[in-house]
Design a protein around this ligand. Structure first.
Ligand code: AMP
Ligand code: ZN
Length: 470
């Protein structure tokens, strides 16, 4: 199996440290708001990677951290007049609800920074003892110039970074590249006791401490969005390798950004859609298929069309799943066994996924398979149940097990938004016609009645879109 490694900038054969288990750490959310579908892309693609290792027979230990102490959380708590811990708890709970709705498998562990203060402090102490950290009046910084390999992940050079770095307001640091390991407590902020006084940890040290605690000093795969390569992951390497004297991570995997109107989707730009909002309009399977159809590392532009065409594509899969369930119930053991090469299709699926998790090609294999199965069904009258059991077995392992775009247990009563969405589009068209005829009483009535049942129309320059509020 080949994996593109950001560290070496090439595809490499994947060899786990321990042949029986693959250890994966993914940078999870900062819990200060509902997560958006850009974040969801990183969470879903890491879920597909994890599920594929399990498909291949590995045990997987999958760890995703929750950053629950951070500037953004504190800012929100001040704005809302609550405690930072309350903000973090509220959105951690929402995170678990939303990942469940997206059919993302539970991680083995979701470590939180606030529950690992002892580990974090010990790691900073170790860095201080080894001469990689310095304390200035209760603020502890990492001394980047002491770490020889700094820049090896991002390919950045220290001297170029230094000359290009903005001079920060914090003039205490020896170099603008040095970063916070421990931040001295400020008035009104949450704090923990430490050898350097009351304060809280920097973001990067949390991931170094928690990954080491739960996966060991060296582990197999570390993943996250592209934006984390520098400085977050570069700094994690500097901290972990300085402390242990060992290689930190063997394979670094990074997810491409989800863009909207060709601009990165992010909370700070305000151009985001939350996962919970999207799940009111589309099924989890459609979101997963829309993401799986693009390779995890490339950029992906979000649009309503992307999701509605995924929803349409899924209909073929659901129809087949329903047919399979009916035939298995009918249990025809006397029929013929049509010739069908299941091995060939399985090999194609695995070849795609073994090539750096090419889920886009793997989706193509599944849709080709559906076409071939439907043709076989159309061409043969009396088919033995064995054929349907084999079809189900393949789809259960791949479409359901690895990609999570099908749910056999719900195949018959699965949420299907496509008819509902088509009806809303029809009302939008009727409203446009009413407006053209200057029948504004009718066009307003359509808008108001839709709103009353939870569909909010938004008139744009070129077209009218809608949001569901329930
Ligand atoms: P955050 O809550 O901002 O710390 O992000 C959580 C995870 O989502 C990180 O792995 C980010 O790299 C990733 N992420 C953030 N925005 C996007 C986006 N627009 N597309 C893909 N991944 C993203
Ligand atoms: Zn991290």
């Amino acid at each position: 199996m080949l994996i593109y490694n950001t560290l070496t900038k090439k595809k490499e054969e994947f060899v786990p440290i321990d042949p029986s288990i693959v250890k994966i750490y993914v940078c999870g959310p900062t819990v200060y708001d509902y997560f958006h579908i850009g974040n969801a892309r990183s969470f879903i693609m890491s879920d597909i990677i994890r599920r594929y290792f399990e498909y291949k027979g590995y045990n997987v230990k999958f760890v995703m951290n929750l950053t629950d102490v951070d500037d953004k959380i504190i800012k929100k708590s001040i704005k809302e007049g609550t405690e930072a811990a309350f903000v973090a708890e509220t959105y951690a709970k929402a995170f678990f609800e939303d990942v469940k709705k997206l059919k993302i498998k539970k991680a083995d562990l979701y470590p939180r920074a606030t529950a690992h203060m002892g580990d974090i402090i010990n790691l900073i102490k170790k860095l201080e003892e080894k001469g990689f950290a310095y304390n200035i009046d209760g603020n502890v910084f990492y001394n980047v110039s002491k770490f020889v390999g700094y820049g090896k992940l991002s390919g950045k050079k220290i001297d170029e970074l230094e000359s290009g770095a903005r001079i920060e307001i914090n003039e205490e640091k020896k170099s603008p590249l040095d970063f916070s390991l421990w931040k001295k407590a400020k008035e009104g902020e949450p704090f923990w006791e430490s050898p350097w006084g009351n304060g809280r940890p920097g973001w990067h040290i949390e991931c170094s401490a928690m990954s080491c605690k739960h996966l060991g000093e060296t582990f197999d795969i570390h993943a996250g969005g592209n934006d984390l390569i520098f400085p977050h992951h570069e700094n994690e390497i500097a901290q972990s390798e300085a402390a242990s004297g060992k290689k930190f991570v063997n394979y670094w995997m990074h997810f491409g950004f989800l863009n909207i109107d060709n601009e990165k989707m992010s909370k700070s730009l305000g151009n985001f859609l939350t996962a919970r909002e999207i799940l009111k309009k589309y099924s989890a399977e459609a979101v997963r298929l829309a993401f799986a159809q693009t390779h995890y590392a490339g950029p992906l532009n979000f649009s309503d069309d992307l999701l509605s065409s995924a929803e349409k594509g899924l209909e073929k899969l659901k129809n087949l799943a329903e047919k399979i369930e009916e035939e298995i119930k009918a249990n025809n053991t006397a029929g013929i066994n049509p010739s069908f090469d299941f091995d060939k299709i399985r090999i194609s699926f695995e070849a795609a996924m073994d090539d750096d998790i090419n889920s886009s090609q793997a989706c193509g294999v599944i849709f080709d398979f559906i076409r071939e199965v439907n043709r076989t069904i159309a061409e043969n009258e009396n088919i033995n149940v064995k054929f349907y059991l084999d079809v189900k077995d393949f789809l259960k392992k791949t479409a359901e097990g690895v990609l999570g775009i099908l749910d056999f247990s719900a195949a018959v009563q699965q949420n299907d938004f496509s008819l509902e969405n088509d009806l809303i589009e029809l009302f939008i068209k009727l409203r446009i016609e009413a407006k053209k005829e200057k029948n504004f009483a009718l066009s307003d009535k359509i808008r108001d009645e839709l709103k009353a049942i939870g569909v909010i129309l938004q008139d744009g320059k070129e077209k009218t879109t809608y949001k569901k509020s329930k």
